[in-house]
Design a protein around this ligand. Structure first.
Ligand code: SF4
Length: 500
């Protein structure tokens, strides 16, 4: 059997998709990048926001429109879990729904779907209307084993430490379809980390809905520092070709403990980087969001992290246009952003999600007001990000090289090629200050080995990205050992698409 697997949404979905692909491969099935060649089409959907549901539905409809006779189309993941009945109604070509907590049952699910209808009851599947089947809700047995993962080509891999969320944020739909926090056993996480590093990972990125809540459900609050130490003890370091960076995403304000700060500061492999979504900077809005609203305490947490690690880089996310947000409250957010001086920020306009407490709050903000506040916050942050990037010029940074391509001839790349000073191939990587997909890049002239660390002197800064020169005198290989490595057709990966 050949399968086509399309992944939408966040890194948590990416990890689940990798697990599904490995399970399918172990069962003798082969992946294909062409839907036309596949026997089974799988879309790992996102159901976080209305916009992500629309994107998932569009992908399902597109695949359904070209479905061959005998092909099966499966909607897996968060949207299938959250609003499976909507998928059934609006994407009639879908044959099966596999919930976000059931990805590890992909092989028997497909076998059940592909049974001939006259063979009677399909093993274990929940029948839906019109000949569709589903596996939704909680699995009979919780998944506690290491998730099977493929080799790490780019040197970087996500490592999911828990699923679900027990926070009460008024705008968020995730607890509705993911359920409460369920931490994975530390032994399974460490074993998965070991397999990923053996498979080529130089960077491990810890992810969850709230990484800093890890262990609470196991009766061990503040267990994240212990887990990080166990991972660091369990894998070889960079001198043995092993782990160079351990990165922490999705921390929750109020859950960043002193022990966590000490562990981050004490091992050079822990990136001095923290993604800590703050959502707003005005106490009244934070209270209405059911989020920690003591803004002074948040500023103290950031000050504590900066005192322990002066080179810390911070990423955060904010929502503008939450119901009832006044101009004065929005101005409070702008003032907060000026005060806290973050390196990278994602901004979202509030989306009213059915089933959440904020869905039918009074005083919903008009779309044009949300758009205007989005622009104002983005411009304010771009100025801050540019200044913080400028402060990197002259530093020498480790860079994880992720791809090689060409900028020449691409619209919008002129500013970058001017800074690089020539039009040859470039290597695209990230420093400790950048997480994949959401943050910026370090662009280096020349072709460097993908998946390896280089050391680069930063020579120029843009609002999102840095430009550098590889320092061959301190990088552990010489130019003569670098083998040419280009993406097909010299194309750049999507993370560089902001240049075009
Ligand atoms: S902490 Fe994050 S995932 Fe959990 S409810 Fe709040 S916004 Fe949603």
């Amino acid at each position: 059997m050949r399968y086509y697997l399309l992944t939408l949404g966040c890194p948590k979905n990416t990890v689940d998709s990798e697990g599904m692909a490995m399970l399918l491969g172990n069962a003798g099935h082969r992946g294909t990048s062409s839907p036309a060649d596949a026997d089974v089409l799988i879309v790992n959907t996102c159901g976080f926001l209305a916009a992500s549901e629309e994107e998932s539905l569009a992908a399902l409809r597109e695949l359904a429109a070209h479905k061959r006779r005998g092909q099966k189309l499966i909607a897996a993941g968060c949207m299938a879990q959250r609003v499976g009945e909507r998928i059934a109604a609006e994407a009639p070509g879908v044959d099966g729904l596999l919930g976000t907590l059931r990805w590890m049952e992909i092989v028997p699910f497909i076998e059940g779907l592909r049974q001939k209808p006259d063979r009677g009851e399909r093993s274990g599947l929940q029948p839906l209307s019109f000949g569709r089947y589903a596996l939704l809700g909680e699995p009979a047995q919780p998944h506690t084993d290491p998730t099977p993962r493929p080799p790490v080509v780019t040197g970087s891999a996500y490592l999911k430490i828990s699923d679900g969320c027990s926070a009460p944020c008024a705008f968020c739909s995730i607890p509705i379809f993911k359920g409460p926090l369920r931490s994975r056993p530390p032994e399974a996480i460490v074993a998965e980390a070991q397999a990923l590093v053996a498979g080529g990972a130089r960077e491990l990125i810890l992810i969850a809905q709230d990484t800093t809540d890890y262990g609470h459900d196991l009766g061990q609050p503040d267990a994240l520092p212990d887990l990080m130490q166990a991972i660091l003890r369990g894998v070889p370091g960079p001198e043995e070709g092993g782990l160079s960076w351990l990165r922490l995403m999705y921390a929750y304000p109020g859950h960043v403990s002193q022990r966590l700060i000490e562990v981050m500061a004490s091992d050079p492999r822990v990136c001095h980087y923290l993604d800590i979504p703050l959502q707003h900077g005005h106490p009244a809005v934070l209270r209405r969001m059911s989020r920690p609203s003591n803004v002074d305490r948040q500023l103290e947490t950031f000050a504590g992290l900066r005192a322990a690690m002066p080179d810390m880089a911070f990423r955060s996310a904010f929502i503008v246009g939450f119901p009832g947000e006044t101009e004065a409250e929005f101005q409070g957010l702008l003032d907060f952003v000026e005060a806290i001086q973050l390196d990278k920020v994602g901004v979202f306009t509030f989306s009213a999600e059915p089933g959440t407490p904020a869905y039918d709050l009074p005083d919903q903000t008009a779309a044009e007001v949300k758009a205007e506040r989005y622009d104002r916050l983005m411009s304010a942050q771009q100025r801050i990000s540019l200044a913080r990037n400028h402060a990197q010029v002259g530093r020498t940074l480790d860079v994880l090289v992720e791809s090689v391509g060409k900028l020449a001839g691409r619209s919008g790349s002129q500013g970058l090629t001017d800074r690089i000073g020539r039009r040859g191939p470039v290597s695209l990587g990230r420093s400790y200050r950048d997480a994949p997909e959401v943050d910026g890049l370090v662009v280096l002239p020349g072709e460097l080995p993908v998946g390896q660390m280089a050391q680069a002197k930063i020579t120029a800064a843009l609002a999102y990205d840095l430009v550098g020169e590889c320092d061959y005198s301190i990088t552990r290989y010489s130019p003569s050992t670098i083998s040419p490595c280009s993406l097909p057709g010299g194309s750049l990966p999507s993370s560089a698409s902001r240049w075009s």
